[in-house]
Design a protein around this ligand. Structure first.
Ligand SMILES: [Zn+2]
Length: 472
């Protein structure tokens, strides 16, 4: 056990905020958690009816009053909110009600959503009450997120032009858990003040501060591990990587664990997190492939809905994940569609026994199914294999017209690979043959520099599949 363990126990002994949560929340019978959720939701709906510009309008348009939504069951009467609804007018999602107490209306900070197609980030307002509830949830998460007092977290999220949720919340989480935090501060150089670090400087920072936890977007953490190996950096204190920001395959996580062992990390634990800036809470796998547990069912309610009808779907049926804020008082979202295709499971977890619902984490993404030369191909198998391949440090799958001057020529599938050893004809043939066995289609192989395929200083996440065919 680490010397931090006794401290961690004392840290855990915080009093429960009365009326807002339940002891041992993640293992309570569902009915008890539902009763708490119903009570908290009813209050939030009352506040929204008179103080939330967007939901006040929607509820009136639907002929709904607070008495119609007294429980999470009743919530299905409200149409889901799409990302577009929110992005069109983010200010209409901020609660303003005369009954709010001072800490419920004081603005603590603003963070921004990323990943919007418009490129324009939308502000998420966080009140003092919201901030405290976030800290509380971080402190209560048991071993699902095993950050303990004494840990040193290397936050390897990029410094962006607007405060990303993950970047802005990392110090909060460290503070709540009694951990220290250092920043990699990578990212694109600023126009006036260039305060960014290069990748190698971030790697050196991890070693210098003897960080115990690496935290960042999965592909970037993987690149840090690769670079640390090349530089011979001392990562002997690192015992865990917390990854988030993109879906990862079991193969990629296995690759990361192997790299952690190879460069002499103290442990090879991967904490796989799934969250969204809007939600204000992340979900975590308790074991490889367990599905992501809801960590704060006293703060956020999850459901899977049919995006066309808004109907709630039963367990096991795939649809869109929607969440509802139960106690948030700044930017408040009800039945908000995150945009991810998942299925939910309310059965007790077979791995850990917790009763908090889980979201299935390894469904095939629709983007992995593509037609090449008229044949439906699942690129997932190819991606899994490439992500586990020790000779492929980065990769990209490109589908393009065979003849660049003739957009209507046959499709060509090309693997662009940054090899870990000097490229050769034999290596290219080995890649092409192994890929052909998985796809029943022989791809071309091209070599590329690592940063050509994913430059972590310019992009937050890599683009693994590129379709250059003319659309339509
Ligand atoms: Zn579990």
């Amino acid at each position: 056990m680490s010397p931090a363990a006794p401290l961690a126990a004392a840290w855990e002994a915080a009093p429960l905020p009365e009326g807002w949560t339940l002891p041992d929340l993640l293992r309570r019978p569902q009915a008890e958690v539902r009763a708490l959720q119903d009570r908290l939701l009813a209050r939030t709906v009352e506040l929204c009816y008179d103080g939330h510009p967007y939901y006040a309008r929607i509820m009136r348009a639907e002929g709904l009053e607070p008495r119609h939504i007294r429980s999470v069951e009743d919530l299905t009467r409200l149409p889901p909110t799409s990302k577009e609804d929110f992005l069109n007018d983010p200010d209409a999602f901020v609660l303003d009600h005369p009954d709010l107490e001072q800490d419920e209306r004081t603005l603590w900070k603003v963070i921004y959503t990323s990943g919007t197609t418009t490129g324009l980030p939308a502000p998420i307002r966080i009140t003092t009450r919201d901030h405290y509830s976030y800290l509380w949830a971080c402190r209560r998460r048991e071993d699902l997120v095993p950050v303990v007092p004494g840990d040193v977290i290397a936050s390897l999220f990029p410094l962006t032009k607007f405060p990303m949720g993950a970047y802005a919340r990392a110090p909060d989480e460290a503070a709540a858990c009694g951990a220290g935090v250092v920043f990699g501060l990578t990212g694109r150089a600023g126009d006036v003040f260039d305060v960014h670090h290069a990748l190698d400087a971030a790697v050196a920072h991890v070693a210098r501060h003897r960080a115990t936890i690496l935290w960042g977007v999965a592909s970037f953490i993987r690149r840090v591990l690769i670079r640390a190996g090349e530089l011979g950096a001392d990562f002997g204190s690192v015992r865990m990587a917390m990854i988030t920001g993109e879906a990862t395959s079991p193969a990629m996580r296995a690759d990361m664990r192997r790299r952690m062992r190879e460069i002499g990390c103290a442990g090879d634990l991967i904490c796989n997190r799934y969250g969204s800036t809007e939600q204000g809470s992340s979900m975590v796998e308790c074991a490889e492939g367990s599905g992501f547990h809801a960590l704060a069912p006293d703060q956020v309610f999850h459901e899977v809905v049919d995006p066309d009808t808004g109907a709630r779907l039963p367990d096991g049926e795939a649809g869109q994940l929607a969440f509802t804020h139960l106690i948030k008082r700044g930017t408040v979202l009800l039945r908000y569609l995150i945009g991810d295709h998942v299925a939910i499971d309310h059965a007790p977890c077979p791995h850990c026994g917790r009763t908090s619902p889980r979201v299935a984490s390894n469904l095939t993404r629709t983007g992995d199914l593509v037609k090449v030369r008229g044949m439906l191909v699942n690129l997932r198998a190819l991606k899994d294999w490439l992500e586990a391949h020790p000779q492929a440090e980065e990769y990209q799958i490109v589908i393009r017209p065979e003849d660049p001057d003739d957009p209507f020529s046959m499709d060509a599938l090309v693997l662009r690979i940054a090899p870990s050893e000097p490229p050769s004809e034999a290596l290219a043939a080995a890649f092409a043959e192994a890929a052909a066995a998985r796809l029943h289609l022989r791809p071309g192989v091209e070599w590329a520099a690592r940063d050509e395929l994913f430059d972590p200083l310019r992009a937050v996440k890599p683009v693994r599949v590129v379709d250059r065919r003319p659309s339509g």
